[in-house]
Design a protein around this ligand. Structure first.
Ligand SMILES: C=C(C[SeH])C(=O)N1CCC[C@H]1C(=O)O
Ligand SMILES: [Zn+2]
Length: 597
């Protein structure tokens, strides 16, 4: 009878979940061994183990499909079966799966080991992305040096990936079809469990676009003031190499010479960190202490023992920051090449947010040890970092001696946050709109770069510093494209982290709507157990419930909404509108004169 069948299903899934934990642990250890020490031998070992595990997963999948789980009464049991019914890329035949792993590995190792020659010293050709190229983009104010570095990086990290990427798209789409999806775009979108997710992110962009266009216009004017109208036009897109970041995804590095009120004392956090001899370890200990102040979980001993937080000098490593769950309830790690500056302090909190999520849901069945949706996982650390980057907190920890807030310093602060958070949205949206088109076949390989730059221009108001052709493949010069990492998760994160921040600030008594002594921009939830407990209640759920339930547990809302972000930045939006009116700056951008199609 149904009762007995369901009980049998419960027993089966429990055993499968334990076996899956062991398989994921083995896969993560092999992946870690390779990405922390890039050698042919470690790559072959990784792929061999991935292939073995995919065979075991396939056998389990055949058995799981035999259960009539759709009729089970227990909602959680049904949800576990539903998730285990999706096999993933392992559904490919062995030879194709092996090829699929190989092409991704080749793209990722090309990206991780790419080197370029210095602009100032053409014979110095050992510059890597971290720390060398990142340092140039954060400091140089020489458009020619930035142009050289941009072109060389895109030539070294992007173009070589084109053929591997085309093969990866074909194989990934085959895997999607074997998982009953039309293509990978639909597979990626299904992770968000709402039928109109693509429409939702389009609507969110419409909500934020007016604010972005005002900020874009203001920054273009300040860049034109600095570099002249031969480098930055009055009404066109902004050249993509001038924003302080290789992908122009956040513009924090040009804050010092574009801030609204330059004579206001700036709080140079990076300088303060250097003056106080900050180390990578101290940055991680600071972050751990913040989480503990919220009554959340301390990093376990193994974390401090096994993590790699500084770039090794004796081997190649994937430096792109990452957090790792080894699915044994004990082993959690971060791997990153930390530099001592404000931007990396943010990244440390970002990664520690991932590990805190792992710790909060480690009691869940393995299959539920994931974010409520991928965006939730990206939002945890950033939400904490919104408190850490408040003037109040920076003063608290001695990283700023800025005066108390007045209207002008508040605008400067909102501007500093805006060129990090607002400008990121069109970049993130572009990256996966581009890949949705590729997976759906509306963007063919001969159109990769043309379509990529069409999106960059129309959504982000960016243009390449030099003409582009289909000899280039600029999308792959971004880690996530070369490493097969979906990106809409970050777009979601940059929207919902303001919903989370607002809810936590209210719980902490740090934010009271309409009370001007308790403004959102000044909120710091540090040491608030009430806020921490609410956050913990959401994180403990993992992916055991649809994400609107998790969102509701913390914020009372069941939808993503830009209202948190728009409320946070309202004073800045008003200031930008007045300022652009005053200077007569054109809002938006006319078509670029650069050739890329
Ligand atoms: C720090 C990570 C690892 Se999940 C990252 O890739 N991030 C964090 C913010 C956006 C995105 C990026 O660097 O492009
Ligand atoms: Zn992340």
């Amino acid at each position: 009878d149904l009762e007995a069948l369901e009980h049998e299903g419960q027993e089966y899934i429990k055993t499968l979940d334990v076996a899956t934990g062991f398989r994921r642990n083995r896969a993560s250890l092999a992946e870690w061994a390779y990405t922390s020490n890039i050698t042919k031998e470690n790559e072959e070992r990784k792929i061999h183990i991935q292939l073995e595990i995919s065979k075991e997963d396939k056998v389990a999948w055949e058995e799981t499909k035999m259960y009539k789980w759709q009729d089970f009464q227990d909602l959680s049991l049904r949800r576990m079966f539903k998730k285990y019914s999706q096999l993933g890329a392992s559904a490919l035949p062995d030879d194709k799966y092996k090829k699929f792993m190989q092409v991704i590995s080749d793209m990722e190792s090309n990206y991780a080991t790419a080197k370029i020659c210095s602009y100032k010293n053409e014979s110095k050709c050992d510059l890597s992305l971290e720390p060398d190229i990142t340092e140039i983009f954060s400091k140089s104010q020489d458009p020619e040096e930035l142009k050289h570095t941009w072109v060389q990086w895109h030539r070294a990290a992007g173009a070589p990936a084109r053929d591997n990427f085309t093969e990866y798209v074909q194989l990934d789409n085959e895997a999607a079809q074997l998982n009953d999806f039309k293509n990978v775009a639909d597979w990626w979108l299904s992770e968000y469990e709402v039928p109109d997710f693509e429409a939702q992110i389009a609507a969110l962009w419409e909500d934020v676009k007016p604010l972005y266009q005002q900020l874009h216009a203001y920054v273009r004017k300040r860049l034109r003031d600095k570099y002249g109208d031969q480098v930055v036009s009055a009404r066109g897109p902004i050249p993509a190499h001038l924003l302080g970041n290789m992908w122009a995804q956040t513009w924090s590095n040009i804050e010092s010479f574009t801030r609204p009120y330059p004579d206001k004392k700036e709080m140079d956090v990076t300088q303060a960190m250097k003056d106080q001899n900050y180390t990578a370890l101290k940055m991680f200990q600071m972050s751990d202490e913040f989480f503990r102040s919220l009554n959340l979980t301390a990093m376990p001993e193994l974390f401090w023992k096994n993590s790699i937080i500084e770039k090794p000098s004796d081997r190649d490593m994937v430096c792109h920051a990452s957090a790792w769950d080894f699915f044994d309830g004990k082993d959690f790690r971060v791997k990153m090449c930390t530099s001592i500056d404000a931007e990396y302090l943010e990244t440390v909190h970002h990664e520690m947010g991932h590990v805190q999520y792992y710790l909060q849901y480690k009691h869940q069945p393995v299959i539920f040890r994931a974010g409520a949706n991928p965006g939730f996982h990206e939002a945890v650390g950033d939400t904490i970092a919104l408190s850490v980057s408040s003037p109040k907190h920076l003063r608290r920890v001695g990283l700023s001696n800025g005066e108390a807030e007045d209207d002008q310093t508040e605008i400067n602060q909102l501007y500093k946050m805006g060129i990090d958070k607002i400008v990121f949205l069109p970049f993130a949206y572009t990256l996966d709109l581009f890949r949705y088109g590729v997976f759906r076949g509306t963007t063919a390989p001969e159109d990769y770069n043309c379509h990529y730059w069409n999106l960059r221009e129309s959504l982000q108001g960016m243009e390449p510093p030099v003409n582009r052709t289909e000899e280039d493949f600029d999308a792959a010069a971004k880690y996530h494209v070369s490493a097969d990492v979906e990106y809409a998760r970050y777009y979601v994160s940059f929207i919902i982290q303001f919903q989370f921040h607002r809810a936590l600030c209210q719980l902490a008594g740090e934010y009271v709507p309409e009370d001007f002594t308790k403004k959102l921009v000044d909120c710091d939830i540090y040491q608030s157990v009430a806020a921490g407990n609410a956050l913990s209640n959401m994180l403990k759920m993992g992916s055991s419930k649809p994400w609107p339930d998790a969102m509701e547990a913390l914020t009372g809302q069941r939808l993503m909404s830009a209202d948190g972000l728009l409320e946070y930045f309202r004073p800045l939006h008003e200031w930008l509108q007045a300022e652009n009116q005053r200077t007569g700056e054109h809002i938006g951008w006319e078509p670029s004169k650069m050739q890329y199609c």
